[in-house]
Design a protein around this ligand. Structure first.
Ligand SMILES: C[S@@+](CC[C@H](N)C(=O)[O-])C[C@H]1O[C@@H](n2cnc3c(N)ncnc32)[C@H](O)[C@@H]1O
Length: 279
């Protein structure tokens, strides 16, 4: 049977299961099955595939029809300028978090040597993307989850950064080290009670999403701790939930941070705050 016919059967199944991205998903899953790029799939629509390949493809389609994210099925996700390995132990890198990378790169000039701390490293997508663009910087990365750290190390090796990132398994609350020029963090910030309504909770780790009763528990820990971990004039670049701007800026000011910038995402929702430790 031809690629095009298998794609059409896949479209039908995913469409019936309300997967709005059914077209691109089928093409990605076909490219995963045949181990070729999506472009090659589209250039070879009339090519016949083997029975075994059809079986593999429909196994993947059946996973996707149950709403399993594509990034977990293919085990990778593009973020910033690279591909990162993903699995169920880490949050899937989000395009929204690219704002944090962009803001950090605006702070650090190309030839500067800075020490960065990444709190809640997950897959490693933030630190690795930043280190790639800033060749003289080094990063310490912490996470509570040993399995997330294992994957972040794999990604760091893959991108050949293992000598520029050090990993620590710890709660941010218990982390003591030298002073950093920058702290970056995309902490869990979803209100505990709202988590059950998220589609992704079936697949993504709760530890990466759960921000406690008010959604601000880990954010507050990161801010309080950054007060000790940052040098004077050091910068804190924080991703937050769209409805947390007022509470987070108030808390930052209480902790003597100066608010430099509040960044909105492409959907015009608050996404990221850049602040400076002033004393
Ligand atoms: C929202 S995910 C972000 C992952 C990655 N940085 C990204 O942007 O895709 C938050 C990460 O913080 C970790 N984490 C949660 N609570 C933590 C804590 N108290 N101390 C350190 N890491 C924590 C989770 O295990 C998870 O990997």
């Amino acid at each position: 049977m031809k690629i095009i016919d298998n794609l059409k059967d896949g479209y039908q199944i995913l469409k019936e299961n309300n997967i709005s991205s059914y077209k691109i998903d089928c093409e990605i899953l076909m490219s995963q099955t045949l181990d070729i790029s999506r472009e090659e799939v589209l250039l070879n629509l009339e090519k016949e595939i083997k029975k075994k390949e059809r079986e593999i493809y429909f196994n993947l389609i059946n996973r996707r029809k149950k709403n399993e994210p594509i990034a977990y099925i293919t085990n990778n996700k593009c973020f910033w300028r690279d591909k990162f390995i993903t699995n169920k132990n880490v949050l899937i890198p989000r395009p929204d978090s690219e704002h944090l990378v962009e803001q950090t790169l605006r702070i650090i000039k190309k030839n500067q040597t800075k020490r960065i701390l990444d709190v809640g490293v997950g897959s490693g997508c933030l630190s690795i993307s930043i280190l790639k663009e800033r060749p003289y910087c080094k990063c310490d990365a912490i996470d509570l989850s040993i399995n997330a750290l294992k994957l972040a190390k794999i990604n760091a090796n893959l991108h050949q950064f293992s000598d520029r990132i050090k990993f620590y398994k710890t709660d941010v609350d218990n982390f003591y080290n030298d002073k950093y020029d920058l702290v970056i963090s995309n902490p869990p910030y979803i209100n505990k009670h709202k988590i059950k309504y998220l589609d992704s909770i079936i697949y993504e780790p709760k530890i990466a999403l759960d921000g406690g009763l008010d959604g601000l528990e880990v954010i507050k820990k990161v801010i309080s701790k950054s007060k000790n971990l940052l040098k004077i004039n050091g910068k804190l670049v924080l991703e937050i939930g769209y409805d947390q701007k007022y509470k987070v800026t108030k808390f930052l000011k209480e902790k003597n941070f100066f608010i430099n910038k509040i960044i909105k995402d492409y959907g015009n929702k608050t996404r990221c705050i850049v602040s400076t430790k002033i004393n």
